[in-house]
Write a protein that binds this ligand. Structure first.
Ligand code: NAP
Length: 255
């Protein structure tokens, strides 16, 4: 549904965090569907191996936490590859920030990548799309942003901020001719979750996540979630008053 007709020029997608996990699998899928995919992350070798596996992929090494480098990259991508039709701002990282060893520096590191990394990619991308009054941006947050979860204060705060940011920008972007979508994954099998020692309910393979993501990108719903059942359960938990939420979350997580 998202591929081009065989006679039109390939549309161009930029995916951040494309060296592994969801971003890599999405890059492979879009490239197979006829997109030209600019793939960014810090790991140059992983991006080159992705481009070897999928010739429609252009490796574009980038650290999203470096604002000047990000702005220069978007300008250079548009000049050298072409105008972006789609940007999937997916780069993110996770580390636990438990209360017992809470450190501002660890939260700051998460904010620099998960929140400011997205914001820094968003500024030049939105500016370019605004000028054309055309384009599509998807921001990858997490169901962990719905409510506070034990040991995930820093990660959850960055993802909650992204959810609020997208909600705020969505109506304005619509007026500007830019489609903005929010992606909230539950547990997906990727390097990010590989080291989790706690049970991960409704964990899905990355290919299934990408099926949902690609279908969501082709649709018009503001929020794309997967697996849906887990997201629904967490949405229902959002409605619980604190006096019910805290005992429940303690029981479920053992916190
Ligand atoms: N897997 C899940 O269960 C799950 C659930 C909810 C949300 N998410 C979100 O989904 C997104 C993708 O996660 P994933 O599970 O696919 O994890 P992953 O396999 O660890 O991928 C994370 C990607 O982000 C890139 N990245 C990290 N720091 C970066 C930086 N400073 N600059 C540029 N790229 C950077 C990594 O590449 P380099 O290290 O090469 O830079 C990698 O390509 C993240 O935003 C994550 O929070 C994942």
């Amino acid at each position: 549904m998202m591929s081009d007709s065989p006679h039109s020029a390939p549309r161009i997608a930029w995916i951040t965090g494309a060296s592994s996990g969801i971003g890599r699998a999405l890059a492979m899928r879009l490239a197979a569907d006829g997109w030209r995919v600019v793939a960014s992350a810090r790991d140059r070798h992983a991006l080159e191996s992705l481009a070897t596996a999928a010739p429609n992929v252009v490796p574009w090494p980038l650290d999203v936490s470096h604002a000047d480098a990000v702005a220069a990259a978007v300008t250079a991508i548009e000049q050298q590859v072409g105008p972006l039709s789609l940007a999937v701002l997916n780069a993110g990282t996770h580390r636990p920030t438990p209360a017992a060893s809470f450190r501002a520096a660890e939260v700051r590191a998460l904010v620099e990548v998960n929140l400011m990394g997205v914001v820094q990619c968003l500024e030049p991308t939105l500016a370019a799309m605004r000028t054309r009054r055309a384009g599509h941006i998807a921001i990858v947050a997490s169901v962990a942003g719905y409510r506070g979860l034990p040991t995930a204060a820093g990660y959850g705060a960055t993802k909650a901020a992204l959810i609020n940011l997208c909600e705020a920008l969505k109506p304005e972007c619509e007026t500007l001719g830019v489609k903005l979508q929010l992606v909230c994954p539950g547990f997906v099998e990727t390097p990010l979750t590989a080291h989790n020692t706690f049970p991960m309910p409704f964990l899905i393979p990355v290919e299934r996540a990408v099926d949902r993501l690609v279908a969501g990108l082709a649709g018009n719903a503001f929020e794309i979630t997967f697996p849906r059942r887990f997201a629904l359960i967490l949405k229902l938990m959002q409605m619980l008053p604190y006096r019910l939420y805290f005992p429940l979350i303690r029981r479920v997580t053992g916190a």
